[in-house]
Design a protein around this ligand. Structure first.
Ligand code: IPE
Ligand code: IPE
Ligand code: MG
Length: 262
């Protein structure tokens, strides 16, 4: 995606000592960057705060990373906000999160408008509390005409559930005669996922040091590069993102073949 060099320089001025922005190859910015935003709870408890304060602080990071991705010309930024397993948390925390998602979408509408960000949701939005759902629908309408970076928010998302949903849809199409069994291929599955039409993530960032996938984009991450940082999500900022991209750019992506250099 196009980026504005002046705005980029402005947003990424005063780099910390370990980062040389000149090393960033703007021709090789990942098209799709995905964030598993983890560590909000630990960030809060390590400060003697309630876990929910960590979720609030995490919104500030999300805003910064969205803006940073727009400045870098990223095509798609996705973020894991709530998994199908997160319903197992205490009711109070779930309630706060559902409220926070709705409030944040409204609060950030000016940013999404200013930056022309297109919003899509990944996950079973219909199963969310009505208030949250209504706000999401309103926000989606407000952003409907946007043509810039896609922000894909995974809310009530589970990778296995997503694949099951696609399998059911394929079975339905076969049963009603609109799809031949021999025509079931990878694209038949991919186009029935929530991410239909979006490129697969090339770079997945997970904060808070956990080295696991936690049921996230299982199909789509087949060849993603992973970047794990010990930083808790509320402390993750534009420079953390640059470090992740520099790490990505230093890797030899072979896709099962041989290195281009060999
Ligand atoms: C990630 O932070 C946010 C959500 C899962 C909603 P956590 O809440 O998982 O924070 P930790 O992992 O307990 O520190
Ligand atoms: C993954 O984080 C889900 C989100 C970031 C929304 P979790 O904190 O729920 O993952 P686990 O339980 O540590 O695997
Ligand atoms: Mg966690």
């Amino acid at each position: 995606m196009q980026y504005d060099a002046d705005k980029l320089m402005e947003y990424f001025s005063e780099a910390p000592a370990d980062i040389d922005m000149a090393e960033l190859d703007m021709e090789r910015i990942p098209h799709h960057i995905s964030c598993i935003m983890d560590g909000n709870g630990r960030w809060a408890t390590s400060r003697g705060l309630a876990r929910t304060e960590g979720h609030k602080a995490g919104i500030v990071s999300l805003r910064e990373i969205i803006t940073a991705c727009v400045r870098l010309g990223v095509d798609v930024m996705s973020a894991y906000a709530f998994s199908t397993e997160n319903w197992n948390r205490p009711q109070h925390e779930v309630n706060v999160l559902m409220h926070l998602f709705a409030k944040t979408f409204i609060d950030e509408l000016p940013l999404l408008k200013r930056e022309n960000v297109r919003v899509v949701f990944l996950g079973d939005i219909d199963a969310l509390p009505k208030k949250t759902r209504d706000v999401f629908e309103y926000g989606l309408k407000e952003c409907a005409g946007h043509t810039g970076m896609v922000l894909a928010l995974a809310v009530n998302y589970g990778g296995r559930a997503e694949i099951v949903r696609a399998a059911r849809d394929i079975a339905r199409s076969v049963a009603d005669g609109s799809l031949d069994i021999d025509d079931i291929d990878e694209s038949a599955v991919a186009e029935r996922l929530y991410t239909s039409g979006l490129p697969d993530p090339e770079l997945v960032i997970r904060t808070s040091g956990e080295i696991r996938v936690s049921n996230y984009l299982l199909w789509q991450i087949a060849y993603a590069e992973f970047y794990i940082t010990d930083t808790y999500w509320p402390d993750f900022d534009r420079w953390g993102l640059v470090r992740a991209i520099l790490s990505f750019q230093g890797r030899d992506r072979r896709f099962g073949g041989l290195s281009a250099a060999k």
